[in-house]
Design a protein. Structure first.
Length: 363
């Protein structure tokens, strides 16, 4: 099956999709895993709860998030028994990184004891907690007093205008209390977004000098705001400027999944490398595990081919399951040019987010 080029788009490769002598053909893969190594699961995300106290317009988890104030429904929160099943699965799969998501995971009524249980396992060398920083005082105190060096806190931060004054004050209280435990992340959904506030927050609160940059993707049926393909060049310009500005303060950033090589010109790739930003293009199964032990490939694919954790003995079975479901679409990529693109063919670009590809096929 092959898509027709969009009206006005010629069936030829963009300049950035044609390898050039002495170009980034080698340097694009210096970050390690190439895009051709699809399917390897090095981690899985565990949702402590589906409750959330924010309602971000771009949220990729809208289909799973419960914005209700009543947090008493046990089916919305991961149980102790459920956590034990997840830990056993991780150990069978030799997964060493434990990632905690929500909703807002710190709203779980047993947040501290649940984290303590995970830390009891020496096989986990990293425990990453994704939060919006609007956490209960008890959770903030727990994390501030936590001395285990495996704990890392990833705060997805929006610009100040996206919060009420009370919320913004609470966010800053959390950042100040947790300090260097915190690494910031931002979700890119449009050109012209402000990035300078991230630098200000890092310097003011002594946070880790690194920013995770995520590209927002469409989630089927959710109506979430997401980055449009036609805006990719403008977004790329914004990110290159951010890389240069961050570098003046010793702040770097890294790419999350779904970026494409052709978003950036070759000159922009070289500029990113000059500022120690290594391009990464990957779209492999991450696996999200809900509080009820339902699993899905990743949040943009939350409405496609859900399964149960108990259906699999280990991660390799999950890889086979999702590759059988969607593997035939992976070579297609987000654009009509992707199947012939040499960066795609040589494994330097994933072709972008699989959810975007499926949307382009009407799947």
């Amino acid at each position: 099956m092959e898509r027709e080029a969009a009206p006005g788009v010629q069936r030829m490769l963009p300049v950035s999709c044609r390898p050039m002598p002495g170009s980034l053909h080698e340097t694009a893969s210096i970050n390690g895993t190439s895009a051709s190594e699809k399917g390897a699961i090095s981690m899985a995300n565990t949702l402590f709860t589906t409750y959330c106290n924010r309602n971000c317009s771009y949220c990729f988890a809208k289909e799973k998030v419960d914005l209700g104030r009543n947090q008493g429904d046990p089916s919305k929160n991961l149980s102790t028994e459920g956590l034990e099943k997840i830990i056993d699965f991780f150990k069978r799969s030799q997964l060493t990184r434990f990632v905690v998501l929500g909703g807002e995971p710190t709203l779980h009524p047993r947040f501290g004891p649940m984290i303590d249980r995970i830390l009891d396992e020496p096989s986990f060398d990293s425990v990453m907690i994704f939060t919006n920083a609007l956490m209960p005082e008890s959770a903030r105190a727990y994390l501030a007093n936590q001395r285990d060096k495996r704990i890392h806190v990833a705060v997805n931060l929006n610009a100040e205008k996206e919060y009420t004054p009370t919320q913004w004050a609470q966010v800053n209280e959390t950042l100040h209390a947790l300090g260097s435990k915190v690494g910031l992340g931002i979700n890119v959904y449009a050109p012209g977004q402000d990035y300078e506030f991230l630098i200000d927050a890092i310097l003011r609160h002594g946070l880790t000098k690194h920013v995770r940059v995520g590209l927002t993707h469409p989630v089927s049926g959710s109506g979430n705001i997401h980055a449009q393909t036609e805006d990719f060049p403008a977004i790329a310009e914004d990110l290159v400027r951010f890389a240069a500005l961050g570098a003046t303060h010793g702040i770097s950033f890294s790419f999350d999944c779904g970026f494409t090589f052709c978003m950036f010109t070759l000159d922009q790739h070289k500029e990113l490398l000059r500022h120690a930003v290594r391009f990464k293009s990957v779209c492999s199964p991450i696996i999200d595990i809900g509080p009820d032990l339902t699993i899905w490939r990743c949040f943009p694919m939350v409405n496609r081919a859900n399964a149960r954790l108990e259906d699999f003995q280990a991660k390799n079975e999950m890889i086979r399951f999702y590759n059988q479901k969607f593997g035939k679409y992976l070579p297609m990529g987000n654009r009509p040019e992707c199947p012939q693109c040499q960066y795609r063919v040589h494994g330097l670009c994933s072709g972008g987010c699989l959810a975007r590809t499926l949307d382009s096929f009407g799947k």
